[in-house]
Design a protein around this ligand. Sequence first.
Ligand SMILES: Cc1ncc(COP(=O)(O)O)c(C=O)c1O
Length: 378
Amino acid sequence: MKIPFNKPFTIGAELENIAAAVRTGHLSGDGPFSQRCHRWLEKHLGAGRALLTHSCTAALEMAAILCELKPGDEVIMPSFTFVSTANAFVLRGAVPVFVDIRGDTFNLDERLISAAITSRTKAIAPVHYAGVACEMDAIMNLARERSLLVVEDAAQGILAEHKGRKLGAIGHLGCLSFHETKNVISGEGGALLVNDERFVARAEIIREKGTNRAQFFRGEVDKYSWVDIGSSYLPSELVGAFLWAQLERAEEINARRLRLCTVYREELQVLEREGLLRLPQRDPPGVKSNGHMFHVMLGDLAARTALIGHLKSRGFHSVFHYVPLHSSPAGRKYSRAAGAMTVTDDVSSRLLRLPLYFGLEESDVRRIAAAIREHFVR
Ligand SMILES: Cc1ncc(COP(=O)(O)O)c(C=O)c1O
């Protein structure tokens, strides 16, 4: 493959930071680099408290514990998402209840949430697909009216905004990913954003194997012990050291990705005008996306398969995305759909993601777009 779909990158100080962490001798979690990452996330995202985790999956699992779900409690979420959004809650015995997505943003359709709420509903887990914000005003208002918690899956949403607020910092809890496919990376990695003061102390305990070790290190208790359930959710300082190099330059990373998206759009809009494919919608007022993804919608599954094959023959790797959870084997066993999943099924069969990563050149984007145009005029 000449151009892969994704290529992990370093931006500058990653290896230097790792060497510095090794020299200080603090390799377990929450060393100086990790603490810098925490403060950065709190300051730049406006999160109440930020805690690095091994992954967004780990952050979602922590969030699910914090929601204090009982077996049979329900959490409303899209089916068009990564498995971890659902799995984290299923691990607590809860039931994911899927609601269809919007045809424009591919996010949870906020107009369908009310009808999916039952006496067992405890939380809503909106997923900001492609770093494009869900309708957070409607979701937060509904949550307030019905006394539900909101756990944002902002895996793809670093620094993206909804009405001036950063994704992940709007709900009671927010979860970010630094997996190597995301904008800001540390190989594997994530963060839990605790935006509601009520959950801060318990989040620290859950992350530290159910102990009050964080309080002990701050000198607030004279010994630490097992006080609650928990697990080991904090990453090593080596991860924090790598991540710090990227967080410092996160705006620059997003700006580069947004520029590549603009080039894709310019190069492909002729095909949209001719009705041959659909480009992602432009950010509506109040929404600021972060260039996480560039996707196109083809006419049908056959058209998508043909384009994937054509791009592959030219050395370009394009990929489809989520296989809906509601019809997956585990989804059928552990969750249920509230209403039809028409848009979910449709989008899932027609959406195609094009290569996008920090090291991709504008000239590469132009070559990929030219190959797509060539495919349609043959
Ligand atoms: C919406 C969503 N949630 C959660 C995750 C899981 O992230 P991680 O790999 O950091 O656990 C992903 C990963 O791609 C994702 O796209």
